[in-house]
Each structure stands twice: as C-alpha cells, then as structure tokens.
Design a protein around this ligand. Sequence first.
Ligand code: FES
Length: 106
Amino acid sequence: MSVDGFVTVARLSDVPENRLVGVTVDGASIVLINRDGNIYALEDRCSHEEFPLSAGDLTSGEITCALHGARFDIETGKPRALPAVLPVTTYEVRVEGEDVQVKLGD
Ligand code: FES
C-alpha cells in the first residue's frame, strides 16, 4: 500500500463505461463503476444479504442488486430501495495515468 493509502486495483481500460467490475484487493471486495467516465468504488457486498453488487445492474447512478432488487446510490452508498436499509461502504478513487487507485486505509 502506498503511503497515502491508495492502492492500484485495476487498469482504466479494464473498467469500461457504464459497467460494473468486481475486484479483490488486500482482502477487500470492491465493485468499480465507470459512469460516463467517472470512476466510483463501493464495497462489493449488498447490505441486505451480502450478495455481490458487481452481479447487479447500473442505472442512472444506482446499482440494483441482482438478488432482491435493492438499489444503492453509487456516490454515497446509501440505499434507495428496499429490502436494503443500511448503506454500503464507499471508497475514495483516483486515476493515475492508466491506474485506477482506491483508498483502502490511511
Ligand atoms: S442481497 Fe441484495 S437485495 Fe437482497
């Protein structure tokens, strides 16, 4: 891990626009989202029953969980539809050249 807590988790070319890409880094499962060129990162685990959000759908800034249909805001991780009532963790993201980096710690 770098001194500022950011680690490279993917190449930018591996995260196509308007797709969900699941990665595992340092034991953390993360879903990367490229929404119109902006990259977001959330914990890849639905807060309802822990299903991978990377298996869901991306629509209008929200991920819909494939198992029971809960929806989460990709910027805040907040639930937007039942059955989830708790948020999922969001991660700070930056792009350095071709590297997508996520802040996993301080
Ligand atoms: S596990 Fe995601 S909505 Fe139930």
